[in-house]
Design a protein around this ligand. Sequence first.
Ligand code: THU
Ligand code: ZN
Length: 311
Amino acid sequence: MTASTSSVLKDSLNKTTFSFDESQRTALFNQVKTQHGLLFAADIKALCAQYTITHDELLRACLPVASLFAVAPISHFLVGAVVVGIDCDDAINFYFGANVEFAKQPLSLVVHAEQSAINNAWLKGAQTIVQIAISDAPCGYCRQFMNELADAEKFDILLPDQQFKLNQLLPHAFGPKDLGNNYSLFNPAPQTQIFEANTDIDTALTKLALTAYVPYTANYCAVKITTFDNGCFYGCYAENAAYSPSLAPLQSAISQLHLAGLSMNDTTVKSIELLQTKGVENQLHVSESVLANYSNLPALIAYSLALIKTC
Ligand code: THU
Ligand code: ZN
């Protein structure tokens, strides 16, 4: 079957909708996996030209690809999300995300696809979010998570057949300003502190922990998962004004590892390190719970370091 006959379907409104066939989807999944959950501006341009489709058609067609990254042993419900973000070179990239469930742990520890994609965009250096495409309607928790973003009033939320602004999906919202916080995820307060010196800890981990978005607890923290053969994956704490939709640093790192097509198992993972801020630690027990989901993983190495004012 050719791409044009296989991929153009009529939906219920008799509109044509572009979608990839299975082999195209698998090829794109492999590309995104190799690029750790990213499609770069040049990839987007090439794909639009290859399939003669618009940016938005490609974006929506990427959702079933994103959902292939989901790890959902409880629900078997695979959710995909793609954030369209602008990086510091003004390039527009696609940042993929998918849900992650932990079979033997409380449901509340789950990572939602929207969180995964936003976290991916944040960690990979996106400066501005312009669109978020999702394979299913976002739940209340995700609407609240999105309400913490600097661009919450502006970006478009694309569902397979509809498009919204966040205030249509979350009217009369509670957000950071209600707690007196004028900053937001992607627009954090300037960092005026550094961690006390410690030669045991990777400087990339300390640097990342200082960029955590922690306006409510001040626990600057991050996680590093070192693999045997595929480098390191980092996760960072992203808090939310409503507290529960906060994304913990371990889940952030696990989601990043899955977006490279890897699994949390003992043949992949060599070590897991958590760095927290001395005096305000809150991630040790929850991290241990998440890790109890897996067998034979190395024990969590936890560090606490004091912060020192730089001025
Ligand atoms: N899920 C999402 O990823 N996003 C949503 O907004 C709806 C729900 C996931 C969470 C869980 O893994 C599964 O779908 C069932 O709720
Ligand atoms: Zn959700």
